[in-house]
Ligand binder design. Structure first.
Ligand SMILES: [Zn+2]
Length: 362
């Protein structure tokens, strides 16, 4: 295992943070990139990275890593110390309210300058594109600590074949976001993880990490057509490892085992490929999900568990008004998986409370 340190832009005199990346194996045909807790308060992902470090070190000593694996266990050192009145706030930079997982540098803007350089050699094109990505990212000079964090993460991941961004939700079962063209390669991961929800889309919420990387490869393939073939580039996914309080050794070991099984299936780790478990629910289209809001303020009482399949008309939650004898039951408008809900038990009027998956993707 090699440890690499990347200093971030110093935000104030006397202050300097760094990003730590661990690499296992040697550069070879395949590169895998994994990062945990870009939203710094999403700790289930961080504990999985601890388990993965142990597994990868054992596998490396046994000579069973057949490519290079880069692991960033703490992808957001900036907001690790953002606490307000006892609450850990890790998703947004408090000074600017920017979400750490939005508006990554738009790699898609580089397509027009790279496309003329390509030939009819697909493997050569792949190498050329990856070099161009690294060089263009190096040319950017980040002005802020926030920007330097995003650019460092992007540079570490941009030339990987498989990119997994490990997060968690509020209260949830395991679920995965990826783009439509990447689903074929991510589906085995969903099976090994026992993911109950797989959300496919080409645009999620404005420049997330996986969307930025997966979207670039979609765009360059679309522009180049058949005249300039390109070997498979990166497949990227965001993996939500349950809810923010689901921090346990049992879950973390299970998730790390599933990721190792997936990398074995992909040929990055040498070993017997485990049989693929069934996919628990089909992939669905992200933009057909249904969101459910509180019709008025009150106490939230959940009536459905996360990760369960609900039918149209099934009760999801009650909102109980403690001053006016009024209880409103919110029911599902569709058949789908109740895949996430807020970690609150009192709602303001109109607040989003939970989501149910929509139409199957195929
Ligand atoms: Zn997150």
């Amino acid at each position: 295992m090699k440890r690499h340190k990347f200093p971030l832009v110093s935000p104030a005199v006397g202050t300097q943070r760094e990003l730590v990346a661990l690499t296992f194996g040697e550069p070879a045909e395949k590169k895998v990139y994994l990062q945990s807790s870009l939203h710094a308060d999403e700790i289930p992902a961080m504990l999985v990275s601890v388990m993965l470090q142990q597994r990868f070190q054992e596998l490396e000593k046994a000579g069973k890593i057949k490519g290079e694996i880069t692991l960033v266990p703490v992808a957001n050192p900036i907001s690790l110390n953002q606490h307000l009145l006892g609450q850990f706030l890790g998703c947004f930079e408090m000074n600017t309210s920017r979400n750490f997982n939005r508006r990554f540098y738009p790699l898609g803007n580089l397509v027009s300058s790279i496309e003329p350089l390509l030939s009819n050699d697909s493997a050569g094109n792949l190498n050329l594109i990856r070099s161009a990505l690294r060089e263009n990212i190096d040319l950017e000079v980040p002005a802020t600590e926030f920007d330097s964090l995003q650019m460092t993460l992007l540079k570490l991941a941009c030339d990987a074949d498989i990119v997994l961004d490990l997060h968690c939700s509020l209260e949830a079962d395991v679920h995965i976001y990826t783009n439509t063209s990447g689903w074929r390669q991510i589906e085995p991961l969903a099976r090994y993880l026992g993911s109950t929800t797989q959300l496919l889309g080409d645009e999620f919420e404005g420049g997330t990490f996986d969307e930025t990387i997966g979207g670039f490869w979609n765009e360059i393939r679309n522009q180049c057509g058949v005249s300039k073939p390109i070997s498979d580039g990166s497949v990227a996914a965001t993996v939500e490892l349950r809810g923010e309080r689901d921090v346990s050794y049992a879950y973390a070991r299970r998730d790390a085992d599933a990721i190792v099984d997936y990398l074995t299936y992909q040929g990055v780790i040498e070993g017997d490929v485990k049989p693929l478990p069934p996919l628990l629910h089909p992939a669905t289209l992200w933009d057909s999900r249904e969101e459910y809001n509180a019709p008025h303020s009150g106490i939230v009482v959940y009536l459905s568990k996360v990760g369960t399949l609900v039918e149209e008309g099934d009760s999801l939650f009650d909102i109980v008004d403690p001053l006016d004898e009024r209880t409103t039951t919110v029911k599902s408008r569709t058949r789908g998986v109740f895949y996430m809900r807020r970690a609150i038990r009192f709602a303001t009027a109109g607040a989003e409370i939970g989501r149910v998956t929509g139409r199957p993707a195929v």
